[in-house]
Write a protein that binds this ligand. Structure first.
Ligand code: F3S
Length: 471
């Protein structure tokens, strides 16, 4: 029996791909084990978003290769590179890493991983080895509800990939070139998967894609204009999906991640407000607020549009926590642009905020632009925004003290509220005896920067029992 170990890097979309690979390995009768040193095959599922992610991916590949050399297992243990870096650079890497890597596989080959492994074992590599390359140039694959998959997240939460690829022209981003054009799953397919997950005890469905608000629109007859309001009467949309997911019986949260601001609409705001299972949380990467920067980044939005949208979201969904990300140091960014961004952050008081230093990525239009910003300046701007946000985050946390909120217990002593997405946001610390994977009502009694400290309400912890499992 072939033993396989998989190292999953990058984002939640890549994690779902890892889960699909493991599902197919199990289906083919292979065993997946955590210890790379004991495996017959090691798969490194890579990320290629920015330079540091590529370095991390290469680091893992070389480490696996060196370790098998140390254990004199160079011949028996096979090394496969999958994921975004493989999809993007397989041509270059297959010659540079011909001695280290047995095969490169692309994003559309994740369901074929088992026969590819069998093929590698069937062949003996010669004295001058050449890496096999199984990569199709334009990724078009999208999983379905019945795609074999083995979840790597804890039992109580899951990522649901509702679409793949991206049609936006952002000049800083390489992902559309890696993951291909946007393609949505059907509403029925996502609902069937969600129903099954809830039945298995999942308490939080995290909806992911490159642009979650574009869900369904790729199937419309008329291409939606980013600057005109979305209307789901033209076809399936995120609003249709949210209402159907909300109707699934059971006690669970639906969390929206990666929503591009361009396709938000009043209809979506109203839908979230009317669907109690949709968490009062949105992840909406804005990237900048200055018109000059938004134009150069080709974000299909303007400062005025974004300000108005955030105002409508806050007014339409009371209690919403807004998470965003900004990029500092994009080519041409001036101190005045950063001042405007800081003023906007100060005014808006985002509950959650991440800041990236711009990374000049080969193959993007931003990389060729004039007026690249020196690394030192990017660093200073990053520190300025982070310091500002830390102050705001303290205020946000302080405003929670004394409030009773519902949390999902992640592990003994640690939980997340509606305002905290897995892995990226803060934590709620509480007594260790509360049941992992269940919802509990707690009262916030203190805070530390981004994290909250809480106790269960009343004398006895209140635990929400699931009265009836979803059908
Ligand atoms: Fe994700 Fe990295 Fe690919 S962020 S989409 S794994 S380039």
């Amino acid at each position: 029996m072939i033993k396989v170990s998989l190292i999953s890097l990058g984002c939640a979309k890549n994690l779902v791909d890892s889960e699909i690979m493991i599902g197919h390995l199990h289906q083919a009768g292979m065993v997946v084990i955590p210890e790379a040193e004991k495996a017959d095959v090691v798969i490194v599922n890579t990320c290629s978003f920015i330079d540091s992610s590529k370095e991390e991916s290469i680091g893992h590949i070389l480490e696996v290769h060196q370790n098998r050399g140390l254990r004199k297992r160079r011949k028996e243990q096979k090394l496969i590179v999958a994921g975004c870096m493989s999809q993007r650079f397989s041509k270059d890497l297959s010659s540079e890493l011909a001695h280290e890597v047995d095969a490169f596989i692309g994003l559309d080959q994740i369901t074929r991983v088992a026969p590819i492994i069998e093929g590698i074992f069937a062949k003996e590599r010669g004295a001058n080895p050449v890496s096999e390359v199984h990569v199709t140039p334009r990724s078009t694959y999208i999983p379905d509800y019945n795609t074999p998959r083995f979840r790597l997240t804890p039992k109580h939460f899951a990522y649901v990939k509702i679409a793949e690829g991206c049609n936006h022209p952002c000049t800083f981003c390489i992902i559309p070139q890696i993951r291909g054009r946007h393609r949505s799953r059907t509403v029925d397919s996502v609902v069937a998967e969600a129903r099954q997950l809830v039945k298995e005890g999942v308490r939080e469905l995290n909806l992911i894609s490159q642009d979650t608000t574009f869900f369904g629109m790729d199937t419309w007859d008329e291409r939606p204009n980013p600057r005109t309001p979305v209307d789901s009467r033209r076809g399936a949309a995120l609003t249709t999906l949210l209402r159907e997911l909300n109707a699934i019986e059971g006690d669970f949260w639906i969390r929206l991640l990666y929503t591009h601001p361009a396709h938000w609409s009043d209809e979506l705001i109203q839908t979230i407000a009317e669907c109690p299972k949709v968490a009062r949380y949105i992840d909406i990467p804005l990237q900048h607020i200055s018109d000059a920067m938004l134009e150069r980044m080709q974000r299909e939005t303007s400062g005025g549009y974004i300000r108005d949208l955030i105002r409508r979201i806050r007014a339409g969904i009371p209690g919403i926590a807004v998470r965003t990300t900004f990029i500092v140091g994009f080519p041409g960014e001036t101190e005045a642009d950063v001042d405007e961004l800081c003023d906007f952050i100060r005014e808006t008081k985002f509950e959650r905020l991440g800041v990236f230093r711009y990374s000049q990525e080969e193959g993007t239009r931003g990389a060729k632009m004039e007026h690249q910003v020196p690394a030192k300046v990017k660093e200073a701007r990053w520190h300025r925004l982070m310091a500002l946000q830390q102050e705001i985050a303290r205020g946000v946390s302080k405003s929670q003290v004394g409030r009773t909120i519902r949390v999902l217990v992640e592990e003994p002593g640690v939980a997340r509220g509606e305002a905290d997405a897995p892995d990226i946001d803060g934590r709620v610390y509480l007594p260790r005896d509360l049941p992992v994977g269940e919802f509990v009502d707690v009262k916030i009694n203190s805070f530390h920067d981004y994290d909250l400290l809480a106790l269960p309400t009343g004398e006895q912890p209140v635990v929400y029992k699931i009265a009836k499992q979803a059908q």
